[in-house]
Design a protein around this ligand. Sequence first.
Ligand SMILES: C[S@@+](CC[C@H](N)C(=O)[O-])C[C@H]1O[C@@H](n2cnc3c(N)ncnc32)[C@H](O)[C@@H]1O
Length: 461
Amino acid sequence: MAENATAPRPGLTLTVKGEDLNLRGEGIARWQGWVLVIPELLPGELARVQLVQRRRSQWIGRRLETLFAAPGARTPPCILARRCGGCTLQHWDDAHQSAWKRDRLVQTLSRIGGLHHPVDPLEPSEMGQPLGYRNRALLPLQRDAEGQLRLGYYKRGSHQLVNLNHCPVLDPGLDELLAPLKADLQATGWPADADLHQGDGLRHLGLRLATRSREVLITLISSTAELPGVHRLAQGWCDRWPQVKGVTLNLQPRRTNTVLGPQTLTLAGAGSVEEQFCGLQLTLASTTFFQVNTTEAERAVRSLSQWLLSQAGPIAVIDAYCGIGTIALPLAAAGHSVLGLEVHQASVEQARRNAEHNGLTGVRFLAGDVQHHLAEALPQHQALVVDPPRKGLDPAVTEQILACPPRWLAYLSCDPATLARDLARLAGPEAPYRIHRLQPFDFFPQTSHLECLALLERVSS
Ligand SMILES: C[S@@+](CC[C@H](N)C(=O)[O-])C[C@H]1O[C@@H](n2cnc3c(N)ncnc32)[C@H](O)[C@@H]1O
């Protein structure tokens, strides 16, 4: 097809240079004013591509041939990386991934928030672990037409399962269990279908590892408890692998995107593992939310804790969106008096048990929506920590902070776009806060996700 054509159409082949990546890690190039989205095209790469289809104002294409490789291009460490949807950046080396992630954060803060505060360098983890970092996996299961059990993540942009025996981003303590667990589940003959299209049965395999103690918890997620021989199998796993502290069965009969259901039964051993985090002992059950990259989460919490202590010494702090107290408990251990707010009742109960277990008396937890408790709590506290989900702060929560701004504010974000939006309101030209520090953390190497800790101080009320 002619390269000098002026109108894009399916089948047209072009020579383009990769300019950037989108949030899904797909390459972005430009041609005749059009934005082209080309999976796996890297910034700086020159390639022959073919247009496939139009998606709104963009054209989707595929790479036919690399003419000039991008700086940092590499063969992915995982042989399934090009198909599996679990990772998006494995074909780029770690230094380029980090530089691009930080750059995207800088640009997002500027474009959405009008913020131009310097952003710290994105330092590699102290453990230097761009692979083997995940302490948790929830893997869909499916038995194919021949009765073979398949286990793996879905193919990018589809619901097709990519069958795997190894996953190099999983902690090796979990990765080594994948193949033998799959073989044992294959031998049971139990039906398996994550989507329940083939009726009741197994849906997912859940694995959790306590990074420091190396204890493992195995969870079978199923729509039914009718799994003949399941107790014997579970006990067998505990006997065979001493690091496996327990096996649980989580029942999720509903057809929903929520993987875990409300009921969990312990089949063998214990229903939880013991993790050490920031010097504390945390009990983690199979359904507990806990950061998947223990060492990076610990770095972020330590940085926040040191900043607060250096600013003020022990003070009264609110930890909003506190989960099981991953931030609140270390702050209490550092001497602060802490109030944790969390909507998920089971997490609050877990947080209270963890506080008691560690002898921490200066911390209490309230179950409920942040926006229902924050306004009342703010006047009695000097600092507020927020660690909201990806959608960021609810506008009502931002309003409450602006109405009664505590002296110090720390915002741990997992989405640069919502962070930029919220900081624009809290630390824009007319706002009460000034940014003291913006510190990115890579909790999810090999993907386009990036966490950022923003430390702010009130300069006007
Ligand atoms: C990103 S997680 C952070 C959890 C915790 N800080 C940690 O590091 O493990 C966000 C937490 O906010 C909770 N959450 C979401 N919306 C909430 C709301 N409106 N009010 C209170 N908690 C909420 C979720 O249940 C989840 O535990």
